[in-house]
Design a protein around this ligand. Structure first.
Ligand code: ADP
Ligand code: MG
Ligand code: MG
Length: 289
């Protein structure tokens, strides 16, 4: 069965976050994407103002009903990002259950977007919804350091505490955990950690060290989750998946900096998305367990 992703994320009229940052890379890598825009905003929140509206659980149910009645709920993957209402999250989880009733192999890639740098940007009640109702259904989870802490209660201050948090998430049923960025005291680098559990062996764990750029970007996490989903379709090898995803993202960021843009330069970087080149300095290293 060829992959068809149901992607439920934000949409911005101008610029690249949520679906705008996830859909083009997936399509470029050959994946069909059906996408629901969970909010429609004029632009991302890195600008002084924005306008627009959010979808609630009932709005989503109505769209799902239309897909269902035409036999179109046949997705192989669900991808979710920023969702700020518990009713929307619950409706998405019902949709996932329905997809899995038909096809037990449906892969759920969950980016548990809740906050960053010690600060929540969703209502507090969302945390327990993710922890108790969403994480146990996720196949691939892509929290940043703060989100991994909030989901597990483990304070992450070094690699071994990060691994402890990762193992808690594996125990709750997540097959692949990617901590998309962690910052360690005294280091100018960003670390990405990936861990893939297996029934017969200890988890495979990898680390990529990413030089930290001065600028702040919006939409990077959304794009990374989409790239991880896409590369897992093209290979089973975790190392290839995270190296290609990271190399693509770093190429996009380099172009974004070069063009001094407020927006990720996705279209300009289409060649780097379809054919990523992994520089030696972005190679993943094994973590000894
Ligand atoms: P979010 O917190 O939005 O979920 P992250 O901060 O984890 O997303 O960023 C996702 C990825 O984007 C990181 O793994 C890294 O590759 C890249 N990235 C984001 N910001 C920077 C930066 N300032 N310098 C270098 N890479 C960055
Ligand atoms: Mg971040
Ligand atoms: Mg993220």
């Amino acid at each position: 069965q060829s992959p068809r992703v149901l992607s439920i994320q934000s949409h911005t009229v101008h610029g690249y976050v949520g679906n705008k940052s996830a859909v083009f890379p997936m399509q470029t890598l050959g994946i069909e994407v059906d996408f629901v825009n969970s909010v429609q905003f004029s632009n991302h929140t890195g600008y002084p103002t924005w306008t627009g509206k959010a979808l609630d659980g009932d709005d989503l149910s109505e769209l799902i009903r239309g897909l269902r009645s035409n036999g179109l709920l046949k997705h192989t993957h669900l991808l979710t990002g920023y969702m700020r209402s518990a009713s929307l999250i619950r409706c998405v989880m019902e949709t996932l259950d329905e997809l899995r009733k038909e096809n037990g192999q449906v892969i759920y890639v969950c980016d548990p977007v809740m906050g960053d740098n010690g600060q929540l940007y969703v209502p507090q009640e969302i945390v327990s919804v993710y922890r108790d109702e969403v994480v146990p259904k996720a196949t691939i989870l892509t929290p940043n350091q703060f989100e991994a802490e909030v989901l597990t209660g483990v304070k992450i201050s070094d690699i071994s505490s990060a691994v402890k948090a990762i193992d808690i998430l594996h125990e709750r049923g997540v097959q692949c955990v990617v901590i998309t960025s962690m910052h360690l005291e005294g280091s100018d680098s960003i670390f990405l950690l990936a861990s893939l559990s297996s029934s017969s062996q200890p988890p495979q764990r990898l680390k990529i060290t990413i030089p930290k750029l001065e600028a702040t970007f919006t939409g990077t996490g959304d794009m990374l989750a989409a790239l991880i989903l896409s590369w897992f379709q093209l290979t089973d090898d975790l190392k290839t998946v995270i190296e290609n995803a990271t190399a693509t993202l770093q190429a996009v960021l380099a172009n974004t900096v070069k063009l001094q843009s407020k927006e990720l330069q996705l279209i300009y970087s289409r060649k780097e998305i379809s054919d990523p080149q992994v520089p030696d300095w972005l190679r993943a290293e094994s973590l000894s367990s």
